[in-house]
Design a protein around this ligand. Sequence first.
Ligand code: GLN
Length: 496
Amino acid sequence: MDADKLETIRAIHDSFDKKQTSVVEVTRYFLDSIKKNGGKSGLNAFLTVCENRVLAKAEAADQILSAEGKVPRDRLPLFGIPLGIKDNLTMDGVRTTCGSKMLDNYVAPYTATCVQRLESAGALCLGKLNMDEFAMGGSNENSAYGPVQHPTQPERVPGGSSGGSAAAVRAGLCVAALGTDTGGSIRLPASYCGIVGLKPTYGRVSRYGLVAFASSLDQVGPMARTVEDAAILLDVMSGHDPRDSTSATVSKGAYREALGKAPETQAEWSGIRIGVPKEYFVGGLSAEVQKSIQSSLRWFESKGARVIPISLPHTEYAVAVYYLIAVSEASSNLARFDGIRYGVRPAEAENADDLAAFYRKVRGHFGPEVKRRIILGTFALSSGYSEAYYRRACQVRRLIKQDFVTAFEKVDFIAGPVSPTTAFKIGERISDPLQMYLNDIFTIPANLAGLPAISIPSGTEAPDSLPIGFHLIAPPFQEERLLSLAHAFEKRGAAR
Ligand code: GLN
């Protein structure tokens, strides 16, 4: 099978229309690729493969194809498209581990709204993707099922926590994937692996069926090879969901359609103002990444857009604020994994002498990073300290949000790096959690402020051609404009 005909939704649909391939053939091709390269002996991107489930759906799709003659794109925009799902999103009857031994044997009894919407639009879910345990991490080294390898440089990390999703998309193990982003977990791995990753506005995509990490920050989003594919996925999965009380009632956009409105003429470009925060170009940013971002900004200028220096003065507090709020919410959310409501319940726990011993046997199944965060979060919320830590952090979060409100009075978008460096080596930073946390400096502010943000491949770093991502942030619910600008940027290679 011709691999480049299987890279995008559009290409696959064309092959179906031309009868060059059947849905079952395409599905088998991806299942074989996963067997060859996606499992433990390869990238370790997939934790569970739903072979029978997905083949049954592919057979049903082939029947629709033969009855209708061509792909029913309008009714089923994801018809026959093989996808991967991060393993913190539930699928009815499918194991959902969250990358944790705590949920090693957990089979979900219902399907997450976003996954259900993808499937109702014709998507074929191949299986569940590896991730940092409970989405806590930025390198995928915190998975209880072993690290994911970078798709082109096996000794390096793919980024995290949606590392399995990014590696699988880049390596051609699925066409696109779902990730989740609490502090950068879609954008960071997308940038390290050279794919597109979109974190929508908080509340744009339902969190129903997403195992909560930090509920006021978590957001589901698409990871794909092209902006168009990310837009198609967002079209399908966004929109209000009464089952998630934080799901936005703001009507959703027409995201794929918006790509046709990407700026083209000089006059259209001159109306676009891109803010560049001076706080995003400070010590720690690698020279290569900085060079790539500057050259992308020059491209925007050459088209006629205005690149305007701005300030987001509270940026320096973002990492501290995030790591107080995220761990506090996590300590509360993860209390349900007690072996009674959720979580493994080993035989030695059954024989425990008292409740404390029972908890120790059960909650010992969390890995070291999750334990560290539960302890930190419990402390930050404890009586006598919650005013000094948690409440303070919430107050500063407000100031960070206000920085963006003020900035967006002067500019339409904010641009900068996604991460200070390109993909680092496996093991290089794992013993220094603080260094790992600081890596999130550019992605975290968009989560704290609830804003949509995207990482788009913008260049590579020599000598290993490690991908660099360009980061664009927009005002709330402006995904249409964000995607259309990203689309124009993505096409620049062809235009140059
Ligand atoms: N790296 C960040 C953390 O460890 C972000 C994780 C995420 O977005 N899920 O918390």
